[in-house]
Write a protein that binds this ligand. Sequence first.
Ligand code: SF4
Length: 253
Amino acid sequence: MNDQEIRKELDELKNQLTFFQDLGVEFLICPEKRAEASLSKEKMRESKNNDNPLLVNLEPVTGVTDNEEAEWDKLIHQIMVCRFCPLYKTRTKVVPGEGDRRARLMFVGEAPGRDEDLQGRPFVGRAGQLLTKIIQAMGLSRSQVYIANVIKCRPPENRTPKPEEIKACSPYLLKQIELIKPKVIVALGKVAVDFLLPGAKSMSEVRGNFGEFSGIPVMPTFHPSYLVRNEGNKEIKKMVWEDMKKVMKLLES
Ligand code: SF4
């Protein structure tokens, strides 16, 4: 690595640490330590179960079964060729979603933006970079969570999706949630909140309090693009971090 590349890496690291500081992150969890912690939890469970032969390990089996894999393949194919609403005419690429198909934590946003439409991946623009940093501040990586949107194709000029578009696209997100069975969902912004927690009032009223969708706790929080639009506002970042701390607590319980 040459000097210029090292400087670029250091600048990126500085930006990231400044963002964590603005969020109000008090400490960072090294991924190796998190792996060690879950390993020791596993050992504790094993030893408890060994002590009492009547106890069985009720942890869910990890990994996607062949059956689920086939369902995923079918679902992704349906999304990729979908023409159920007029948004197919203006999209560049469909953005089905990505991540761990057995993730315990799922993020649901509104719809792809320009960068997402070009790359076919969710949350890769500026707002996506902030979301990635938030996920990292939680001690996780993007590959350990699942990220999707209510709408799989970009509305022109990033306008809010119309109710009929949401209705046409909704079976896809519902199926994704059914297959993933996350322990917690984070709803990013009003469109996702309205979809998962119908009847919710304004974001300021619902934000930070768990709701429920099909028995799954849903944490409504601000969309990362709102953070981008209010870049200098540390209070908003802190609110989002408070919400994520609640999510982390639930995930660890
Ligand atoms: S937005 Fe959804 S329903 Fe509309 S064309 Fe795209 S995938 Fe199909």
